[in-house]
Write a protein that binds this ligand. Structure first.
Ligand SMILES: [Fe+2]
Length: 460
Protein backbone atom coordinates (compact mmCIF):
# COMPACT_ATOMS: atom_id res chain seq x y z
CA UNK A 1 0.00 0.00 0.00
CA UNK A 2 1.42 3.39 -0.86
CA UNK A 3 1.58 6.00 1.85
CA UNK A 4 1.15 9.69 1.29
CA UNK A 5 3.97 11.80 2.65
CA UNK A 6 4.61 15.52 3.08
CA UNK A 7 8.18 16.73 3.63
CA UNK A 8 8.45 20.22 5.15
CA UNK A 9 12.01 21.47 5.30
CA UNK A 10 13.86 24.70 4.38
CA UNK A 11 16.72 22.80 2.70
CA UNK A 12 15.81 22.01 -0.95
CA UNK A 13 18.80 19.67 -1.48
CA UNK A 14 17.81 17.55 1.51
CA UNK A 15 14.16 17.52 0.43
CA UNK A 16 15.03 16.42 -3.11
CA UNK A 17 17.20 13.56 -1.86
CA UNK A 18 14.40 12.29 0.40
CA UNK A 19 11.80 12.69 -2.34
CA UNK A 20 13.85 10.67 -4.82
CA UNK A 21 14.23 7.90 -2.26
CA UNK A 22 10.55 7.79 -1.29
CA UNK A 23 9.26 8.02 -4.85
CA UNK A 24 11.34 4.94 -5.67
CA UNK A 25 9.61 3.20 -2.79
CA UNK A 26 6.20 4.11 -4.31
CA UNK A 27 5.30 6.72 -1.70
CA UNK A 28 3.19 9.61 -2.86
CA UNK A 29 5.40 12.52 -1.80
CA UNK A 30 4.86 16.30 -1.64
CA UNK A 31 7.25 19.01 -0.51
CA UNK A 32 6.92 22.37 1.22
CA UNK A 33 9.63 24.84 2.22
CA UNK A 34 7.70 26.99 4.68
CA UNK A 35 4.93 26.51 7.21
CA UNK A 36 2.28 28.45 5.32
CA UNK A 37 2.56 26.36 2.15
CA UNK A 38 2.67 23.24 4.29
CA UNK A 39 -0.62 24.09 6.04
CA UNK A 40 -2.26 24.77 2.69
CA UNK A 41 -1.16 21.37 1.37
CA UNK A 42 -2.40 19.65 4.55
CA UNK A 43 -5.73 21.44 4.15
CA UNK A 44 -6.11 20.31 0.52
CA UNK A 45 -4.65 16.78 0.62
CA UNK A 46 -4.74 13.73 2.81
CA UNK A 47 -1.36 12.75 4.24
CA UNK A 48 -0.58 9.84 6.51
CA UNK A 49 2.87 11.09 7.47
CA UNK A 50 4.48 14.52 7.75
CA UNK A 51 8.23 15.01 8.08
CA UNK A 52 8.58 18.40 9.71
CA UNK A 53 11.85 20.26 10.26
CA UNK A 54 11.94 22.37 13.42
CA UNK A 55 13.61 25.28 11.59
CA UNK A 56 10.99 26.10 8.99
CA UNK A 57 9.87 29.73 8.80
CA UNK A 58 6.77 31.70 7.80
CA UNK A 59 4.49 29.77 10.14
CA UNK A 60 6.87 28.11 12.50
CA UNK A 61 7.11 24.38 13.09
CA UNK A 62 5.15 24.88 16.34
CA UNK A 63 2.31 26.55 14.46
CA UNK A 64 2.28 23.65 12.00
CA UNK A 65 2.26 21.13 14.86
CA UNK A 66 -0.69 22.91 16.44
CA UNK A 67 -2.49 23.12 13.11
CA UNK A 68 -2.11 19.37 12.52
CA UNK A 69 -3.13 18.46 16.05
CA UNK A 70 -6.28 20.51 15.67
CA UNK A 71 -7.25 19.69 12.08
CA UNK A 72 -5.70 16.34 11.16
CA UNK A 73 -4.81 14.54 14.38
CA UNK A 74 -4.42 11.20 12.60
CA UNK A 75 -1.30 12.33 10.75
CA UNK A 76 1.91 10.85 12.13
CA UNK A 77 4.43 13.65 12.53
CA UNK A 78 8.14 12.95 12.47
CA UNK A 79 10.06 16.05 13.58
CA UNK A 80 13.61 16.52 12.32
CA UNK A 81 16.26 18.81 13.72
CA UNK A 82 19.57 19.90 12.19
CA UNK A 83 21.73 18.74 15.12
CA UNK A 84 21.42 17.65 18.73
CA UNK A 85 22.21 21.13 20.13
CA UNK A 86 19.42 22.81 18.22
CA UNK A 87 16.76 21.45 20.56
CA UNK A 88 18.46 23.11 23.53
CA UNK A 89 18.93 26.37 21.59
CA UNK A 90 15.22 26.47 20.79
CA UNK A 91 14.45 25.70 24.43
CA UNK A 92 12.16 22.72 24.00
CA UNK A 93 12.46 19.13 25.15
CA UNK A 94 11.63 15.98 23.24
CA UNK A 95 8.97 15.35 25.85
CA UNK A 96 7.30 18.71 25.08
CA UNK A 97 7.48 18.07 21.33
CA UNK A 98 5.69 14.77 21.80
CA UNK A 99 3.03 16.51 23.83
CA UNK A 100 2.52 18.80 20.83
CA UNK A 101 1.82 15.75 18.69
CA UNK A 102 5.20 14.63 17.34
CA UNK A 103 5.53 10.86 17.12
CA UNK A 104 9.30 10.90 16.79
CA UNK A 105 12.25 13.27 16.86
CA UNK A 106 15.12 12.53 14.46
CA UNK A 107 18.43 14.34 14.47
CA UNK A 108 20.06 15.01 11.09
CA UNK A 109 21.87 13.66 9.25
CA UNK A 110 20.25 10.25 8.95
CA UNK A 111 19.89 7.83 6.10
CA UNK A 112 16.57 7.76 4.22
CA UNK A 113 16.39 4.03 5.09
CA UNK A 114 16.30 4.98 8.77
CA UNK A 115 13.46 7.42 8.15
CA UNK A 116 11.61 4.74 6.21
CA UNK A 117 11.91 2.32 9.14
CA UNK A 118 10.61 4.99 11.51
CA UNK A 119 7.65 5.70 9.25
CA UNK A 120 6.82 2.03 8.94
CA UNK A 121 6.96 1.58 12.69
CA UNK A 122 4.65 4.52 13.24
CA UNK A 123 2.26 4.07 10.43
CA UNK A 124 2.13 0.42 9.55
CA UNK A 125 0.45 -0.48 12.78
CA UNK A 126 -3.03 0.47 11.57
CA UNK A 127 -2.57 -0.05 7.84
CA UNK A 128 -4.74 -3.19 7.82
CA UNK A 129 -7.83 -1.00 8.11
CA UNK A 130 -7.36 0.14 4.50
CA UNK A 131 -7.06 -3.32 2.99
CA UNK A 132 -9.83 -4.01 0.50
CA UNK A 133 -11.44 -7.41 0.49
CA UNK A 134 -10.90 -9.43 -2.65
CA UNK A 135 -13.23 -12.33 -3.40
CA UNK A 136 -10.93 -14.08 -5.94
CA UNK A 137 -9.02 -16.73 -4.14
CA UNK A 138 -5.45 -17.18 -5.30
CA UNK A 139 -3.44 -20.34 -5.69
CA UNK A 140 -1.00 -21.27 -2.96
CA UNK A 141 2.54 -20.46 -4.08
CA UNK A 142 5.90 -21.69 -2.95
CA UNK A 143 8.26 -18.98 -1.66
CA UNK A 144 11.96 -19.18 -0.92
CA UNK A 145 12.77 -16.90 1.99
CA UNK A 146 14.97 -17.02 5.07
CA UNK A 147 13.55 -18.56 8.24
CA UNK A 148 14.69 -15.42 10.07
CA UNK A 149 12.19 -13.30 8.08
CA UNK A 150 9.19 -15.03 9.66
CA UNK A 151 7.20 -15.02 12.87
CA UNK A 152 5.07 -18.00 13.78
CA UNK A 153 1.86 -18.50 15.67
CA UNK A 154 0.21 -21.73 16.71
CA UNK A 155 -2.72 -22.80 14.55
CA UNK A 156 -4.78 -23.15 17.72
CA UNK A 157 -4.17 -19.46 18.48
CA UNK A 158 -5.05 -18.26 15.03
CA UNK A 159 -8.07 -16.01 14.77
CA UNK A 160 -9.03 -13.98 11.77
CA UNK A 161 -11.69 -11.62 10.51
CA UNK A 162 -13.36 -12.23 7.18
CA UNK A 163 -10.48 -10.68 5.20
CA UNK A 164 -6.87 -11.77 5.38
CA UNK A 165 -4.93 -8.67 6.33
CA UNK A 166 -1.46 -9.95 5.55
CA UNK A 167 0.04 -12.94 3.75
CA UNK A 168 0.05 -16.23 5.65
CA UNK A 169 2.46 -19.07 5.06
CA UNK A 170 3.16 -22.61 6.13
CA UNK A 171 6.73 -23.84 6.42
CA UNK A 172 7.83 -26.86 4.42
CA UNK A 173 11.45 -26.94 5.54
CA UNK A 174 14.49 -24.75 6.03
CA UNK A 175 13.94 -21.45 4.15
CA UNK A 176 11.02 -22.98 2.26
CA UNK A 177 7.49 -21.66 2.66
CA UNK A 178 4.14 -21.81 0.91
CA UNK A 179 1.99 -18.70 0.83
CA UNK A 180 -1.47 -20.11 1.54
CA UNK A 181 -3.43 -16.89 2.10
CA UNK A 182 -2.84 -13.60 0.30
CA UNK A 183 -3.42 -10.11 1.72
CA UNK A 184 -6.95 -8.99 0.93
CA UNK A 185 -8.26 -12.50 0.22
CA UNK A 186 -11.60 -13.20 1.82
CA UNK A 187 -11.09 -15.71 4.56
CA UNK A 188 -12.83 -18.98 5.07
CA UNK A 189 -11.77 -20.98 8.13
CA UNK A 190 -12.29 -24.29 6.32
CA UNK A 191 -9.43 -23.35 3.98
CA UNK A 192 -7.02 -23.80 6.89
CA UNK A 193 -8.47 -27.10 8.08
CA UNK A 194 -6.45 -29.20 5.62
CA UNK A 195 -3.19 -27.75 6.91
CA UNK A 196 -4.15 -28.30 10.51
CA UNK A 197 -5.20 -31.86 9.65
CA UNK A 198 -1.79 -32.38 8.06
CA UNK A 199 -0.32 -32.01 11.56
CA UNK A 200 1.22 -28.62 10.97
CA UNK A 201 1.49 -26.79 14.28
CA UNK A 202 2.31 -23.31 13.12
CA UNK A 203 1.17 -20.67 10.73
CA UNK A 204 3.77 -18.10 9.63
CA UNK A 205 3.78 -14.47 8.62
CA UNK A 206 6.52 -12.04 7.75
CA UNK A 207 8.02 -10.31 10.78
CA UNK A 208 7.53 -7.03 8.92
CA UNK A 209 3.78 -7.65 9.38
CA UNK A 210 4.06 -8.19 13.13
CA UNK A 211 2.94 -4.66 13.99
CA UNK A 212 -0.14 -5.15 11.84
CA UNK A 213 -0.78 -8.47 13.55
CA UNK A 214 -0.54 -6.87 17.01
CA UNK A 215 -2.87 -4.00 16.24
CA UNK A 216 -5.40 -6.20 14.47
CA UNK A 217 -5.42 -9.03 17.00
CA UNK A 218 -5.70 -6.59 19.88
CA UNK A 219 -9.00 -5.40 18.37
CA UNK A 220 -10.11 -8.92 17.64
CA UNK A 221 -9.20 -10.04 21.15
CA UNK A 222 -11.50 -7.41 22.62
CA UNK A 223 -14.40 -8.98 20.72
CA UNK A 224 -13.42 -12.57 21.49
CA UNK A 225 -13.14 -11.89 25.23
CA UNK A 226 -16.79 -10.83 25.19
CA UNK A 227 -17.92 -13.99 23.36
CA UNK A 228 -19.67 -16.57 25.49
CA UNK A 229 -19.15 -19.32 22.92
CA UNK A 230 -15.33 -19.20 23.16
CA UNK A 231 -13.80 -21.30 25.96
CA UNK A 232 -11.74 -19.68 28.74
CA UNK A 233 -8.77 -21.77 27.73
CA UNK A 234 -8.91 -20.46 24.18
CA UNK A 235 -9.32 -16.88 25.39
CA UNK A 236 -6.32 -17.14 27.71
CA UNK A 237 -4.18 -18.73 25.01
CA UNK A 238 -5.14 -16.17 22.42
CA UNK A 239 -4.46 -13.34 24.88
CA UNK A 240 -1.07 -14.81 25.63
CA UNK A 241 -0.32 -15.18 21.94
CA UNK A 242 -1.07 -11.46 21.34
CA UNK A 243 1.03 -10.45 24.36
CA UNK A 244 3.82 -12.70 23.17
CA UNK A 245 4.02 -11.07 19.74
CA UNK A 246 3.74 -7.65 21.37
CA UNK A 247 6.72 -8.34 23.60
CA UNK A 248 8.71 -9.83 20.70
CA UNK A 249 8.18 -6.56 18.86
CA UNK A 250 9.12 -4.39 21.88
CA UNK A 251 12.23 -6.38 22.66
CA UNK A 252 13.42 -6.58 19.05
CA UNK A 253 12.70 -3.08 17.77
CA UNK A 254 12.49 -1.04 20.99
CA UNK A 255 9.56 0.85 22.43
CA UNK A 256 7.84 3.42 20.22
CA UNK A 257 4.81 5.62 20.87
CA UNK A 258 2.56 3.40 18.76
CA UNK A 259 3.74 0.36 20.73
CA UNK A 260 3.00 2.09 24.03
CA UNK A 261 -0.59 2.55 22.88
CA UNK A 262 -0.76 -1.10 21.87
CA UNK A 263 0.64 -2.10 25.27
CA UNK A 264 -2.18 -0.23 26.96
CA UNK A 265 -4.70 -2.04 24.78
CA UNK A 266 -3.07 -5.38 25.60
CA UNK A 267 -3.42 -4.58 29.31
CA UNK A 268 -7.04 -3.51 28.94
CA UNK A 269 -7.75 -6.79 27.21
CA UNK A 270 -6.03 -8.80 29.92
CA UNK A 271 -7.95 -6.90 32.56
CA UNK A 272 -11.27 -7.47 30.81
CA UNK A 273 -10.52 -11.13 30.39
CA UNK A 274 -9.93 -11.52 34.11
CA UNK A 275 -12.76 -9.18 35.09
CA UNK A 276 -15.45 -10.65 32.88
CA UNK A 277 -14.68 -14.30 33.30
CA UNK A 278 -16.32 -15.56 36.49
CA UNK A 279 -14.98 -19.05 35.86
CA UNK A 280 -11.37 -17.93 35.59
CA UNK A 281 -10.50 -18.78 39.21
CA UNK A 282 -11.81 -22.28 38.70
CA UNK A 283 -9.89 -22.52 35.48
CA UNK A 284 -6.64 -21.53 37.15
CA UNK A 285 -7.18 -24.04 39.92
CA UNK A 286 -8.19 -27.02 37.88
CA UNK A 287 -6.34 -26.57 34.66
CA UNK A 288 -3.69 -29.22 35.17
CA UNK A 289 -2.24 -28.64 31.76
CA UNK A 290 -1.40 -25.04 32.53
CA UNK A 291 2.24 -25.21 31.70
CA UNK A 292 3.90 -22.10 33.10
CA UNK A 293 6.89 -22.65 30.82
CA UNK A 294 4.70 -22.26 27.77
CA UNK A 295 3.60 -18.79 28.82
CA UNK A 296 6.09 -15.95 28.69
CA UNK A 297 7.43 -14.63 32.00
CA UNK A 298 6.27 -11.08 31.35
CA UNK A 299 2.79 -12.23 30.37
CA UNK A 300 2.47 -14.23 33.58
CA UNK A 301 3.80 -11.42 35.79
CA UNK A 302 1.27 -9.08 34.27
CA UNK A 303 -1.56 -11.62 34.37
CA UNK A 304 -1.01 -12.60 38.03
CA UNK A 305 -0.46 -8.96 38.98
CA UNK A 306 -3.94 -8.15 37.65
CA UNK A 307 -5.40 -11.02 39.68
CA UNK A 308 -3.56 -9.81 42.81
CA UNK A 309 -4.48 -6.19 42.27
CA UNK A 310 -8.16 -7.05 41.93
CA UNK A 311 -7.98 -8.38 45.49
CA UNK A 312 -6.46 -5.25 47.00
CA UNK A 313 -9.05 -3.05 48.70
CA UNK A 314 -7.63 0.20 47.35
CA UNK A 315 -7.26 -0.80 43.70
CA UNK A 316 -9.39 0.86 41.03
CA UNK A 317 -9.64 -0.36 37.43
CA UNK A 318 -7.13 2.37 36.53
CA UNK A 319 -4.63 1.00 39.08
CA UNK A 320 -5.13 -2.47 37.67
CA UNK A 321 -4.22 -1.29 34.18
CA UNK A 322 -1.17 0.53 35.56
CA UNK A 323 -0.04 -2.63 37.35
CA UNK A 324 -0.62 -4.69 34.20
CA UNK A 325 1.50 -2.34 32.07
CA UNK A 326 4.18 -2.17 34.77
CA UNK A 327 4.20 -5.98 34.84
CA UNK A 328 4.56 -6.18 31.08
CA UNK A 329 7.32 -3.59 30.79
CA UNK A 330 9.17 -4.10 34.08
CA UNK A 331 12.29 -5.53 32.45
CA UNK A 332 12.43 -3.11 29.51
CA UNK A 333 15.72 -1.70 30.88
CA UNK A 334 17.37 -5.01 29.95
CA UNK A 335 17.29 -3.74 26.37
CA UNK A 336 20.11 -1.43 27.41
CA UNK A 337 22.24 -4.31 28.73
CA UNK A 338 24.67 -6.14 26.43
CA UNK A 339 22.72 -8.90 24.63
CA UNK A 340 24.97 -11.58 26.16
CA UNK A 341 23.68 -10.58 29.62
CA UNK A 342 19.96 -10.44 28.97
CA UNK A 343 19.16 -14.05 29.78
CA UNK A 344 21.81 -14.61 32.44
CA UNK A 345 20.74 -15.16 36.02
CA UNK A 346 22.44 -12.94 38.64
CA UNK A 347 24.08 -16.05 40.15
CA UNK A 348 25.97 -16.60 36.88
CA UNK A 349 27.30 -13.03 36.74
CA UNK A 350 30.64 -11.61 37.82
CA UNK A 351 30.75 -8.47 39.99
CA UNK A 352 30.88 -6.02 37.08
CA UNK A 353 28.03 -7.74 35.30
CA UNK A 354 25.95 -7.80 38.46
CA UNK A 355 26.46 -4.09 38.96
CA UNK A 356 25.29 -3.46 35.42
CA UNK A 357 22.38 -5.84 35.85
CA UNK A 358 21.27 -4.00 38.99
CA UNK A 359 20.99 -0.84 36.96
CA UNK A 360 18.26 -2.27 34.69
CA UNK A 361 15.30 -0.98 36.77
CA UNK A 362 16.65 2.57 36.56
CA UNK A 363 17.54 2.19 32.88
CA UNK A 364 13.99 1.01 32.22
CA UNK A 365 12.38 3.92 34.08
CA UNK A 366 14.64 6.38 32.21
CA UNK A 367 13.67 4.84 28.87
CA UNK A 368 10.00 5.27 29.72
CA UNK A 369 10.55 8.98 30.38
CA UNK A 370 10.61 9.42 26.60
CA UNK A 371 6.96 8.46 26.43
CA UNK A 372 4.62 11.14 27.75
CA UNK A 373 1.65 8.78 27.56
CA UNK A 374 3.16 6.33 30.06
CA UNK A 375 1.88 7.23 33.54
CA UNK A 376 4.41 8.11 36.23
CA UNK A 377 3.07 5.21 38.30
CA UNK A 378 4.17 2.69 35.63
CA UNK A 379 7.69 4.19 35.71
CA UNK A 380 7.75 3.81 39.49
CA UNK A 381 6.81 0.14 39.19
CA UNK A 382 9.59 -0.42 36.65
CA UNK A 383 12.09 1.44 38.84
CA UNK A 384 11.18 -0.50 42.00
CA UNK A 385 10.46 -3.99 40.70
CA UNK A 386 13.53 -5.51 42.46
CA UNK A 387 13.12 -3.74 45.81
CA UNK A 388 12.22 -5.96 48.76
CA UNK A 389 10.18 -5.19 51.85
CA UNK A 390 13.18 -6.01 54.09
CA UNK A 391 15.28 -3.32 52.37
CA UNK A 392 17.64 -5.88 50.80
CA UNK A 393 16.55 -5.37 47.21
CA UNK A 394 17.99 -3.06 44.56
CA UNK A 395 18.74 -0.46 43.22
CA UNK A 396 17.84 1.71 46.25
CA UNK A 397 17.37 -0.73 49.17
CA UNK A 398 13.93 0.70 49.80
CA UNK A 399 12.02 -0.86 52.67
CA UNK A 400 8.34 -1.72 52.72
CA UNK A 401 7.17 1.74 53.81
CA UNK A 402 8.99 3.41 50.93
CA UNK A 403 7.97 0.99 48.20
CA UNK A 404 5.15 2.25 46.02
CA UNK A 405 2.12 -0.03 46.76
CA UNK A 406 1.36 -1.02 43.11
CA UNK A 407 5.06 -1.88 42.70
CA UNK A 408 4.73 -4.37 45.59
CA UNK A 409 2.30 -6.34 43.44
CA UNK A 410 4.72 -6.62 40.51
CA UNK A 411 7.64 -7.38 42.87
CA UNK A 412 5.77 -10.32 44.36
CA UNK A 413 4.50 -11.67 41.06
CA UNK A 414 7.88 -11.33 39.40
CA UNK A 415 9.33 -13.64 42.08
CA UNK A 416 6.36 -15.97 42.16
CA UNK A 417 6.37 -16.37 38.36
CA UNK A 418 10.11 -17.06 38.30
CA UNK A 419 9.57 -19.62 41.09
CA UNK A 420 6.84 -21.59 39.32
CA UNK A 421 8.57 -21.42 35.93
CA UNK A 422 11.90 -22.63 37.34
CA UNK A 423 10.18 -25.48 39.13
CA UNK A 424 7.90 -26.19 36.15
CA UNK A 425 4.80 -26.02 38.34
CA UNK A 426 1.22 -25.10 37.47
CA UNK A 427 0.05 -21.87 39.17
CA UNK A 428 -1.87 -23.33 42.09
CA UNK A 429 0.60 -26.13 42.85
CA UNK A 430 3.36 -23.52 42.46
CA UNK A 431 1.66 -21.12 44.85
CA UNK A 432 1.36 -23.82 47.49
CA UNK A 433 5.11 -24.49 47.23
CA UNK A 434 5.91 -20.79 47.13
CA UNK A 435 4.11 -20.03 50.38
CA UNK A 436 5.82 -22.96 52.09
CA UNK A 437 9.19 -21.27 51.61
CA UNK A 438 9.24 -19.03 54.68
CA UNK A 439 12.63 -17.56 53.74
CA UNK A 440 10.88 -15.61 50.96
CA UNK A 441 8.41 -13.92 53.28
CA UNK A 442 10.52 -10.96 54.48
CA UNK A 443 10.84 -9.83 50.85
CA UNK A 444 7.15 -9.26 50.35
CA UNK A 445 4.37 -7.18 51.72
CA UNK A 446 1.97 -9.50 53.64
CA UNK A 447 -1.21 -7.78 52.37
CA UNK A 448 -0.06 -8.19 48.78
CA UNK A 449 0.76 -11.83 49.47
CA UNK A 450 -2.72 -12.36 50.88
CA UNK A 451 -4.24 -10.76 47.78
CA UNK A 452 -2.32 -13.13 45.48
CA UNK A 453 -3.47 -16.14 47.51
CA UNK A 454 -7.08 -14.88 47.48
CA UNK A 455 -6.82 -14.64 43.69
CA UNK A 456 -6.60 -18.41 43.56
CA UNK A 457 -8.63 -19.39 46.58
CA UNK A 458 -11.57 -17.07 46.42
CA UNK A 459 -14.52 -18.26 44.40
CA UNK A 460 -16.52 -15.48 42.93
FE1 LIG B 1 14.11 -7.26 36.44
Amino acid sequence: MSLSLLIIDPDPVWVKSLMTFFLEKSFKTDDAYNGKDAQLLIYKNKYQVVILDLDIQNHSSFEVLRYIKLNSPDIKIIVTVKDALRITEIGITEFELKKLGASELLTKPFLPEFLLKTIENNYQIESWRDIKSNTDSKEAEEVKAGDEEFTRIKFENFFSGTTTIYDHYIRLGKNKFVKILHEGESFDSSSLAKYRDADLDYLYFKTTDRLTYINFTNELLKKIIGKKSTTIEKKVKFTQSVVDKYLEQVFSSGLRPSLVDEGKKVCENMYHLIEREPELNKFMKTYEEFNSMAYGHLFLVSFFSIITCKNMDWASSRTIEVVALGGLLHDIGKLKLPPSMRDKRPAQMNDDERKLYESHPKLGATMLNNFPSIPESVKQIVYQHHEWADGKGFPNNLNSIKIYPPAKIVILNNEYTTFITDKKLAPLAGLKEFIKDKSLFPKFDPTTMKALISGFMKDK
